[in-house]
Design a protein around this ligand. Structure first.
Ligand code: SAH
Ligand code: SF4
Ligand code: F3S
Length: 451
């Protein structure tokens, strides 16, 4: 067997893609290895979203080149591949900056990896593939290999047509494309058959999902979720990432009507200032966002919310930033990600003359993050003494300990639960730790959702 090492950067869609690349290469004799040192092939599955993410790739490639030389000195070879969004955005430039790279493959082209490797074996030197046939990719991927555990990702939608003025995704992932319903159902059935209990449906704009159903009609994400909930073994459903503009009525209703849908929603706001939202091309106002959340909470009172924020977008003034803080106070998030605006090549906002100085971005980020972590801590503390169902996913660090997730995605550590992996059990939360909860098993079994 040859050893394969994949290092994944960026979003969950890259995590899904990395697993699929491993599935594709398994028939060629590649088995997952533990690190790059003794790997016959290393794939960096990269992210282009912020400058830091993209620059990391080149420093990692520098280190890999040294490993490749060291292996060559021992008569062994190492193939280096760059996949993902940096591969798509920079293409040839990667080969120019780091000639030790053998393969550059974009996120919609990795199904062609086996042919690309064959070309290299035939002496082709470097190979590069950055076409955009998302449909062809899904049609030609093999069945999944071993299930990753009781909770799995499933990509249902790719790409983005929204063109927010700060974002590279429409350029790296191409136009929006929804996989057909039955292709997704088949994948979900296979995952359920290998022990998966929770599915997280993925897409850059997952709630814009509009795939072809078996009846020839176009199905919404809500309809797809209802269909997946019928699959035996699937007890929990989640989806990410959603755009506020695509949060349709049937999806809002699903939070009340579909018991398998977890009461947790990642709904990025980016900014609480209408002026900035407009300049970002988000196409909604802060009031519309708040109204949307009120409507979802009316269906599911215990809904926990998460979001993404950007501070220091070009032209952002103190009053705009204060507006963001005000919306954050009003929503009260259970969890959130926040970033300093990073100008990305080719995006409209990067050319604006109103760039915000670094020190201001830094101090705004600190203020926002301290508010968000206060809210996260308060949310976790509010869980102490409560009981909820936990899906156990893996053993903990301590003997006999099991680690699972609450409905609100918090990690929960429970002593004596190591043998419960794959089960959903009622747990009473006893302690709140900085990034997780600790709980005790309750005897009462969790009522399973009937199929
Ligand atoms: N599709 C999702 C976002 C995907 S990118 C949405 O529409 O919300 C993930 C997050 O990265 C974004 O929500 C945004 O907060 C952040 N991000 C994207 N481009 C960025 C940039 N140029 N600088 C800083 N953060 C950025
Ligand atoms: Fe990027 Fe906007 Fe598309 Fe999200 S909706 S991926 S932020 S362009
Ligand atoms: Fe990054 Fe591409 Fe995902 S830019 S966030 S890996 S879609």
């Amino acid at each position: 067997m040859k050893k394969l090492f994949i290092k994944t950067y960026g979003c969950q869609m890259n995590v899904y893609d990395s697993a699929r690349m491993a599935d594709l290469l398994a028939p060629l004799g590649y088995a997952p290895g533990s690190g790059p040192e003794d790997a016959d092939m290393v794939i960096l599955n990269t992210c282009h979203i912020r400058e830091k993410a993209a620059e990391k790739v080149y420093s990692e490639l520098g280190r890999l080149k040294q490993l490749k030389l060291a292996r060559a000195a021992q008569g062994q070879s190492m193939l280096i591949a760059v996949a993902g969004c940096v591969a798509q955005a920079e293409g040839e430039e990667i080969l120019a900056r780091q000639p030790a790279v053998d393969v550059v493959v974009g996120p919609q082209s990795y199904h062609r990896l086996p042919q690309m490797l064959a070309e290299i074996t035939r002496g082709a030197g470097h190979v590069l593939e950055t076409e955009f046939p998302a449909e062809e990719k899904f049609d030609s991927l093999p069945d999944e290999g071993a299930a990753p555990g009781p909770a799995a990702f499933l990509t249902v939608q790719e790409g983005c047509d929204k063109f927010c003025t700060f974002c590279v995704v429409p350029y790296t992932r191409g136009a929006e494309f929804s996989r057909p319903v039955m292709q997704i159902v088949d994948e979900a059935r296979r995952l359920a058959g290998s022990g998966v209990r929770e599915l997280t449906l993925l897409g850059q704009n997952v709630n814009a999902y509009c795939g072809e159903g078996p009846d020839g009609a176009t199905w919404s994400l809500a309809r797809l979720l209802c269909r997946l909930a019928e699959i035996e073994g699937i007890a929990r459903l989640r989806f990410t990432t959603s755009h506020p503009r695509d949060m349709r009525e049937d999806l809002i209703a699903a939070f009340g009507d579909l018991p398998q849908l977890m009461p947790y929603l990642h709904l990025p706001l980016q900014s609480g200032s209408d002026r900035v939202l407009n300049a970002m091309n988000r196409k909604h106002t802060a009031a519309e966002y708040l109204d949307l959340i009120a409507r979802i909470r009316a269906r599911r009172a215990d809904l926990a919310l998460s979001s993404d924020f950007i501070v220091g977008f070009p032209g952002e003034e103190d009053c705009d930033f204060e507006a963001t803080l005000a919306v954050v106070r009003e929503v009260n998030y259970a969890q959130a990600y926040s970033f300093k605006y990073s100008p990305r090549p080719g995006t409209p906002a990067s050319a604006a003359h109103t760039q915000v100085p670094e020190e201001i971005k830094k101090s705004r980020l600190e203020r926002l993050q301290s508010l968000l972590s206060e809210q996260q801590d308060a949310f976790n503390v509010s869980c102490r003494g409560r009981s909820f169902p936990v899906l156990f996913e893996k053993p903990g660090k301590k003997p006999q300990q099991g680690v699972g997730r609450s409905p609100y995605l918090q990690p929960v550590h429970v002593d004596g639960a190591a043998s419960l992996i794959g089960q959903i059990r009622s747990v009473r939360i006893s302690d709140v730790l900085p990034n997780s909860l600790r709980g005790e098993l309750l005897d009462a079994p969790v009522a399973e959702v009937a199929h």
